[in-house]
Design a protein around this ligand. Structure first.
Ligand code: MG
Length: 401
């Protein structure tokens, strides 16, 4: 295509139909396919291509469904209620009213082709842009069936050689100005944009598309479209990068006499215990905050305010379990946890296996996904003087949809 650099690419989706051959109670572009209308799938198929800056949807003036559906369109989509009696008229009205630049390239797409795949759309655009001999191009599929010409009595007159015959699909890609000129010249009988451009004797490139880009027309087609769309969705999900979030937690508590020492959900024999409103398990508090951090749920104080009497003496293991459950409600599940406890006395090392086991069970992960490290503070500062303990934790979580 000549002087191609830096021309915008826009989309125009023809959704002017008002009837349905499918036996549905609504125009076919509004039937449900795996949770979205056919029209939404067709629009999103164009928007999936990053070079497409906006999409105009052309519907008929009396369309009673578009207002509700269009609330779900992204900002890059405009709706024009200027559909005509024929496809050619709908496209022409859309182009005349959309105010695209003449030199922009427009992808004209059928609302009834929801199964267009990003790769074939990109292939169409690339193939047309890199060929400076053509005015534009379209997706098409070579015919696989043997063709018969049949008379009115249902008798074969001839077998038509299928070599060189293709089924035209959409999108069809042309410069806006050329397409308007072609449609004005060709009149309303043309059934696709390419044939209008052909009337101007301009070369049109055929780009091989996928046979799955069906035009939903027959009553059996929606079921097929649902299968193709479901397959594409599964592929997308399995290709999708995991949604991972890391969270960090820190806590400190004083050591006082007359309290049991509970760290990492394990009671440790010692002459002092950690002081606090709950059982003051410094390690579980740091891990709880890390879980909250990874799942974007704030901090432990917001969930269990010290001002509330019911948390007095609370078992921190119960609090952590509750937070893991609240994170799971948002789709977040623990991948692993690494934590450090800093204490001068007593020695934490011997208790690490029991802590690891307890924490793994509270987080709902295997023991090997929990790591507990114990350090002293080398007798420095308050922790080093044995006045209290500190804990740090990081937790990685995965969001599963
Ligand atoms: Mg605490």
């Amino acid at each position: 295509m000549t002087n191609a650099p830096k021309r915008g690419i826009v989309g125009l989706v023809c959704a002017g139909g008002v009837g349905s051959r499918l036996g549905a109670d609504r125009p076919k572009q509004y039937i449900d396919l795996n949770g979205r209308t056919m029209l939404e799938w067709s629009v999103e198929a164009l928007l999936a291509e990053s070079r497409v800056s906006e999409v105009v949807v052309v519907v008929s003036a009396g369309d009673g469904y578009i207002d509700e559906v269009s609330t779900r369109f992204p900002e890059r989509v405009r709706v024009l209620k200027t559909g005509g009696a024929t496809r050619a008229k709908t496209v022409l009205n859309g182009l005349m009213n959309a105010c695209f630049a003449d030199e922009d390239l427009v992808l004209v797409h059928d609302a009834a082709r929801p199964c267009l795949r990003p790769a074939e759309l990109a292939h169409l655009i690339d193939s047309v842009l890199e060929d400076d001999q053509v005015a534009g191009g379209l997706l098409a599929v070579p015919l696989a069936d043997t063709l018969k010409r049949v008379n009115h009595d249902g008798i074969v007159e001839a077998t038509v050689p299928r070599a060189g015959l293709w089924r035209a699909a959409t999108p069809q890609l042309f410069p806006v100005g050329i397409l308007i000129e072609a449609l004005l010249a060709a009149g309303e009988d043309v059934t696709d944009e390419a044939s209008a451009v052909e009337h101007l004797s301009l070369p049109v490139k055929v780009v091989r598309g996928r046979p799955t880009n069906i035009k939903v027309t027959e009553p059996t087609d929606p079921a097929l479209a649902r299968i193709y769309l479901g397959h594409a969705m599964n592929q997308q999900n399995s290709n999708a990068a995991p949604c991972l979030r890391v969270g960090q937690g820190y806590d400190s508590h004083r050591l006082v006499e007359g309290r049991p020492l509970i760290v990492g959900g394990v009671e440790i024999p010692f002459e002092k215990g950690l002081d606090g409103h709950s059982d003051a398990d410094v390690l579980l508090h740091a891990i709880t905050d890390a879980v909250l951090g990874a799942s974007g749920l704030g901090d432990i104080g917001e969930h269990f305010p010290p001002s509330e009497e019911k948390w007095r003496g609370a078992d921190s293991a119960v609090l952590l379990s509750e937070i893991v459950r609240r994170a799971a409600d948002k789709g977040f599940h623990v991948v692993n946890c690494d934590a450090t406890i800093i204490a001068e006395r007593p020695k934490m090392g011997p208790h690490r296996p029991a802590m690891r086991k307890r924490i793994a069970s509270l987080l709902g992960v295997p023991e090997e996904d929990v790591n507990i490290k114990a350090k002293t503070n080398e007798r420095m500062d308050a922790v080093g003087a044995g006045e209290g303990m500190v804990a740090h934790a990081v937790v990685l979580m995965e969001k599963r949809r």
